[in-house]
Structure formats: C-alpha cells, structure tokens
Design a protein around this ligand. Sequence first.
Ligand code: G3H
Length: 254
Amino acid sequence: PLVGELFGLTELAERLQRVLGIAKVIVVQGDADHSPWVKQELGRVGARVLKQYVREGDIVAVTGGTSIASVAQHLTPSPAFKGVQFVPARGGLGERVELQANTLASAMAAKTGGTYRLLHVPDRLHPEALQSLLREPQIKEVLALLKHTRIVLHGIGDALTMARRRSYSEAELRELEQAGAVSEAFGYYFNEAGETVHRMPTIGLQLEDVKKAEAVLSIAGGKSKAKAILSFSKQSCQNVLITDEGAARAILSE
Ligand code: G3H
C-alpha cells in the first residue's frame, strides 16, 4: 500500500504541474486542514527545497504565515547558507508576531547561520505615514535589497480566511468578497483569473519583483486552499509548489 500511495502522490504532482503550469510540484501525504503533522511535513520539504536552491550571498525574501513558519522550524545550519540574507517580503500585514515575515526572517537566519534584515513597518498605516516611511534611509536600504531578491519563499492563503485573520471589518470582508477575491499572497488579494483586486497598505516586495526573482517557492496545503492555489498560479511565476494531497485532489477536481 505504501508504494501505491507514493506512486499516487507522484502522479498527482505530475498532473498538477500540467494543470497549474508550474515546473516542479511536490505533493505530501494528507491534508493540512485536518492534521497538524501535514503542515510539519510541508515545512520539512520546504526547508529541503530551499537548501537545494540557495546560493552563497543570496537574498531570500520570505513572507509570514504558518506554512513558512513551519519551514523556519525545519531549517538547519548548512554551508549552503553562507552570506545568505533573509529579508521580510512585506511590512506589517496584521499577523500575530510569531507569524510575521520579520519574525520568520530572523528565525531562518538563526537556524541556518545566515543573516537577516527587518522591515519596521507597522500594520494599518495611513497612506501619508507610509509615504514618509518610504523616505527613511533604513527602510530604503531594505527595499533596495528586495529589488535583488533571487529567491522568494512564500505562503498562499484563502482570501477571506486571511482577511479575517488580519481583522478586516465585516464591511471590508464583504467588499473583498464582492470583488471576487479568492487568494492572497504578499498582501495582494487576487480573483479567480489572477487579477489583483485589493492590496494591503504596506511596503516591500512588489509583484514585479516576485516575477523577476529566479526562484519562487510556494508552500500551501489543505483542501480549503485549492481555489487560492489555482488563482495564484495564474501569476505564472512559480518554480516550485509544495502542497498536500488534500489541496492537490481538490484542485484536480475543480
Ligand atoms: O499569505 C498567505 C498566508 O501567509 C498563508 O498563511 O501559511 O498560515 O496559511 P498560512
């Protein structure tokens, strides 16, 4: 039965590669919506893949979230991370501190022996305050680094789940829903066609930077993320998707 299951996962991955147009898809067993160990497995595989892709002196932009937190947990020291800088992809998005990109960038540096930078941008800033932060030398420096991102390591969320987690009001949630938002990544919300329908007021990595990066590694599992994964794949920028059986089977039956 084990061989059969392994074969099943490989076949699922190959089918997803074709359907989503992503060069490499890895599918782990189970469904992260139901079992916490599946998220652990996503993180373990994510850590392995990152180690394979990383090169000396790289800038690795990382997002927040539980999936990327799991990658951070599974990273280990390696010469592969020599001179690597972990940089948070976006400023404050309203996440709990343990799940913020800043926290995960510093955790990854501590685990691997790399270094990190922080983007000190509070959540829910007024546009004028954001504009003045953009003139701060410290922030400018980090934004300049992000322009040279070679690897992006990010999570993908279901739009409304993420908006609720970030304490959007009922009215804001309704607006997002009416705009057809189904996925969220980097503080951008996308519809089914992959068009941006909303952006969170923060600064950091832009979608153009993501598209220019050499390696975009996405970690997202759970059946509840099927539509979100499908929507984000429309960006046609991912090199590797690490997902689970729950999401994979749901995407293929869409
Ligand atoms: O941007 C997407 C979210 O960070 C995904 O969060 O990994 O906790 O589901 P999650």
